[in-house]
Design a protein around this ligand. Structure first.
Ligand code: ADP
Ligand code: GLC
Length: 487
């Protein structure tokens, strides 16, 4: 099969969260299965062209609504030496420091920016004479791809047999914009109604994608069910229910080329299940790097996250001070986002010297160090379509503490005190009390039943969230989408 990924993020070029990791790892896994894959993404000015060997290839003329023509540069690169990538250069939209926003807020022309990317993706396939069986788009930024395929390229186009699959990584971001962008997008006003793009008088890009795509997926089986419920669907449940026959939940895998403590070049010492001495070295480095007391006997709780409400920071803000007052533990935090959460962690770090360390910003290196050097990993998410960090944690023998929602519920096996089995600690209620209790449960296990911690570590490290299995499930969905497109 020929498959084109269209994404606003892809590791290592541009990343704000897990979408970038999936948009890199899944294409590689599909290629391993013998498919021919291309990735199309913006050439943000933050991308280091020299470092990644990105080179200008050609130009393409993109026709937007009202006869507007935008010429873009098409640059090419090779992801991890494996998957060809086409980068869309259009400085008016992508020559900015941020992907979606800067410190002052979201870019006001995001509907225009990502409409151009989506339309360019179709044009590049045609201009490069790479006619895909499937175009696979991700979240609201590329949700217009299915719509363009079904309108502009429905007939008399080389893409008239190309099927579309839309993956919903995060239904909390729907791409809701002023209706005035609709004329630039250039899809007929007959689709500006409540079942397609219209939502409370505005354009909802994700909703339009849900309407047009030949098949839909999300990133865990549990979240596929959650999306069909009023709360889980975040306003889109009725429209997702209209398409429930073509909605599938496929669990994200882990790219073990990048996330494996035995081979990870970003951590100070390697380790594997048969010899965890390297993990102790990583813990000592982590404590030193974050200004924590050098204490092998205390458990470290790690956090690596976007600072947004989804991740349960309201609960953490309530619980962490009392946990630090009542229990012998250390906390390290890496993240950036909401100002109030950033301020909270500055305050927490200053208030508990030697016990709390934080880095407010984005750092791949520190994210690996925290996974490797921590004993527990905190993910009290209010919702979590899949989550990758809990799976990375397990591989590094770091036991996740999670709220049992979405992919967290699907990937973590709760600790059983009678047998010592489990890969982490789960709680169900989205309350401060439930989180506090779970942290306490982990800390008491650490001090009172260390043999259970050792046993759980082995079980966690033995988990295999292989992309190969998930990629096979995507191939099944691609076949179904092709069938729907051609029916
Ligand atoms: P989400 O996509 O909702 O942010 P995931 O758990 O799926 O959640 O993926 C988050 C990804 O982003 C992980 O690879 C994590 O390591 C990374 N990440 C999040 N915040 C940071 C940060 N401040 N620095 C480095 N990596 C980060
Ligand atoms: C999203 C979700 C996260 C998921 C990631 C990659 O941003 O919040 O749960 O793991 O996408 O699919």
């Amino acid at each position: 099969m020929k498959i084109v990924f269209v994404s606003s993020e892809c590791t290592p070029y541009a990343k704000t969260g897990g979408l970038a990791d999936v948009a890199a790892a899944l294409p590689k896994a599909l290629q391993r299965l013998g498919h021919e894959v291309r990735i199309i993404m913006p050439l943000y000015s933050s991308i280091d062209r020299a470092r990644y060997g990105i080179q200008f290839q050609s130009s393409s003329c993109i026709h937007m609504g009202h006869g507007e023509e935008n010429w873009v540069g098409v640059h090419s690169g090779l992801l991890d030496g494996q998957v060809p990538v086409w980068f869309v250069e259009y400085d008016r939209f992508f020559g900015r420091p941020g992907i979606y926003h800067e410190y002052w807020g979201e870019y006001l022309d995001n509907a225009y920016r990502f409409a151009l990317l989506s339309k360019a993706a179709l044009q590049i396939c045609k201009d490069q004479n790479f006619i895909p069986d499937v175009m696979h788009s991700h979240d609201w930024p590329t949700a217009l791809v299915p719509a363009f395929l079904k309108t502009w390229d429905r007939v008399l186009s080389p893409l008239s047999a190309t099927a579309s699959v839309l993956t919903i990584h995060n239904v909390g971001y729907q791409g809701v914009y002023d209706a005035s962008a609709y004329s630039y997008i250039g899809i007929g006003s007959e689709y500006f109604y409540v079942d397609a793009f219209e939502s409370h008088g505005k354009i909802n890009l994700l909703k339009g994608g849900i309407f047009f795509a030949d098949a839909l997926t999300t990133v865990s089986p549990t979240h596929a069910r959650e999306l069909l419920e009023p709360i889980g669907g975040q306003g889109l449940a009725p429209y997702l229910n209209n398409r429930r026959d073509v909605l599938f939940g496929i669990l994200n895998g882990v790219d073990y080329e990048h996330w494996n403590p035995a081979t990870d070049a970003l951590i100070p010492a390697p380790f594997d299940p048969s010899d965890l001495s390297g993990k102790a070295t990583c813990k000592a480095h982590l404590q030193q790097r974050f200004g924590l007391e050098q204490r092998a006997d205390l458990p470290i709780f790690g956090i690596v996250s976007r600072f947004v409400q989804q991740k349960g920071f309201d609960l953490l803000r309530e619980v962490l001070p009392s946990a630090l007052n009542g229990m012998a533990l250390q906390v390290v935090v890496l993240g950036t986002g909401d100002n109030s959460t950033e301020d909270f962690f500055h305050w927490l770090t200053a208030s508990y010297p030697g016990r709390v360390g934080s880095y407010i910003g984005f750092s791949d290196e520190l994210s690996h160090l925290i996974e490797a050097g921590s004993d527990f990993f905190l993910m009290p998410s209010l919702y979590e379509p899949c989550g990758l960090n809990q799976s990375y944690s397990m591989k590094y023998g770091t036991l996740p503490i999670v709220r049992a929602t979405g992919g967290l519920d699907d990937t973590v096996q709760n600790y059983d005190e009678a047998t010592g089995n489990g890969t982490g600690f789960k709680f169900w209620d989205a309350t401060a009390a439930a989180l506090y209790y779970s942290i306490g449960w982990a800390v008491s296990t650490w001090f009172d039943r260390p043999q259970h911690i050792a046993q759980m570590r082995q079980q966690a490290m033995a988990q295999n969230f292989s992309w190969d299995d998930s990629a096979r499930q995507y191939v099944d969905v691609y076949h179904l989408a092709i069938g729907n497109r051609r029916a």
